[in-house]
Design a protein around this ligand. Structure first.
Ligand code: TYD
Ligand code: MG
Length: 422
């Protein structure tokens, strides 16, 4: 007998394979947070029903970022649940953040609800009452569910609570933002159990002794992970830094030896960063080495290259390296600036603050190409630099006449040395 022709049920629950050309989707509606840097990292705003994890070391500013967002996000009802602070403490922080905007000292936005609560079953009761458009849980390590017998912060609690919030988010199309603490070794506590459940993992980082904070996206199901957000912690909360390069570089008038500017990229975002070195004769037997914001082993390698290629007598010198602003850079394009700043300090001849560098160093002193070099050149040009030093193997296809900046192409470190100090 011939099988009946399959009919399409009105509410078909079983998915059928179909040609990819026939798959359609609407533009995902997103809730813009009103904070440009935050939205940029999210890929344009928060997707309804998504589960987000914001990680970071204690004291870095996670609560501040989220409370500030909750207070400023336009026309959304927020429920901010804190397992760490009392409502009074949250209110004091909110007044501090809104201090200038709101001199009477009372929080203006009436649609931001706060509650201090740690048991998820109670939290869901509060949710039923408030019916928020966005839920914030600060932090996942401090909440626990009654269905499990272990203490808050344990792996099984974190896993189960995360799953409960995920279910809530999906069923109600309400986005949930979870705060997660980072352990000493830099991992999100209970990491693996959460990372695959949540849709986005954001990390907030920076040096607590400095004001800068970077918001990175480590995983994003709805956007790119190449974007970063930059903030500065101030007395009244986090200020957005829309133009990091101008900001990081505006602090020097004099020409000092040992400084060189690196044209680095964080994800897709150009960041011009000042590298500072101090090279001096070692007073004690063993020379000292120190690197702030730069990989120590990489510094040792670069010093060995400089010794071999530029006659830099490393055995008898102390070398201190510092990346200005307390930012940690992992872009290899910073290498050339590191080398030039060390050489500059060694010969005590300043490098013009209108020069910048973007190249990686190889073991035999060769100057190697870096990714997106034209992006860096264009930004250097825009910022008014006179010269950018890049690898000669990096400039193919670049139309130099488009830029005012002089593009200095070098292939080995000696050329940079001669060009700058001869
Ligand atoms: P916090 O957001 O509590 O960090 P986390 O939630 O990541 O643990 O804030 C960390 C620090 O920020 C705290 O030590 C005080 C400081 N801070 C400011 O400098 N300015 C401000 O406006 C606020 C609210 C906090
Ligand atoms: Mg906190």
């Amino acid at each position: 007998m011939q099988a009946a022709k399959p009919t399409v049920a009105k509410h078909q629950t079983v998915n059928k394979p179909k040609p990819i050309s026939e798959v359609t989707y609407g533009e995902t509606r997103r809730i813009a947070t009103g904070c440009g840097e935050f939205d940029r990292v999210l890929g344009g705003g928060i997707v309804p029903g998504s589960l987000l994890l914001l990680g970071g070391e204690p004291g870095i500013g996670k609560s501040t970022l989220l409370l500030q967002t909750a207070l400023r996000i336009p026309s959304q009802r927020i429920l901010y649940v804190s397992g760490e602070e009392s409502e009074q403490q949250i209110k004091m922080r909110a007044d501090r953040i809104l201090g200038v905007e709101n001199s009477s000292g009372t929080v203006g936005k009436t649609d931001c609800y706060v509650v201090s609560e740690t048991v998820t079953q109670r939290i869901f009761e509060h949710i039923d009452e408030v019916k928020p458009d966005l839920l914030i849980i600060d932090s996942i390590q401090t909440v626990s569910t009654e269905t499990i017998d272990s203490s808050a912060g344990s792996i099984s609690q974190i896993r189960e609570c995360t799953a409960e919030f995920q279910r809530y988010a999906k069923e109600n199309a309400v986005p949930v933002l979870l705060v997660g603490h980072i352990t000493k070794d830099g991992n999100l506590a209970g990491p693996k159990v959460m990372e695959h459940i949540v849709d986005c993992v954001l990390q907030f980082e920076g040096d607590r002794n400095y004001g800068y904070r970077l918001l990175r996206s480590l995983k994003n199901r709805f956007g790119s992970t190449a974007e970063i957000g930059i903030f500065e912690m101030q007395g009244d909360g986090l200020r957005e830094v829309a133009n990091p390069s101008e900001f990081l570089l505006s602090q020097r008038d004099e020409n000092l030896s040992g400084c060189a500017i690196a044209a680095t990229l964080e994800g897709v975002r150009p960041m011009f960063i000042e590298v500072q070195s101090l090279v001096s004769s070692a007073v004690y037997g063993t020379p000292q080495r120190n690197a702030n914001g730069f990989d120590f082993r990489r510094l040792s390698m670069l010093l060995a290259v400089l010794e071999k290629r530029c006659g830099f007598k490393l055995g008898a010198k102390d070398v201190f390296l510092n990346i200005a602003g307390g930012i940690r850079v992992s872009d290899p394009a910073i290498d050339l600036a590191v080398c030039c700043s060390i050489l500059s300090s060694n010969v005590d001849i300043p490098i013009s603050p209108r020069f910048c560098f973007a190249a990686e160093m190889g073991l035999s002193g060769e100057v190697r190409p870096v990714t997106r070099v034209e992006h860096r050149i264009a930004e250097a040009d825009r910022l008014g630099f006179e010269k950018i030093f890049v690898s000669k193997y990096n400039t193919r296809g670049i139309n130099k006449s488009r830029y005012q900046i002089e593009i200095v192409e070098i292939s080995i470190i000696e050329e940079a040395f001669r060009n700058l100090f001869a």
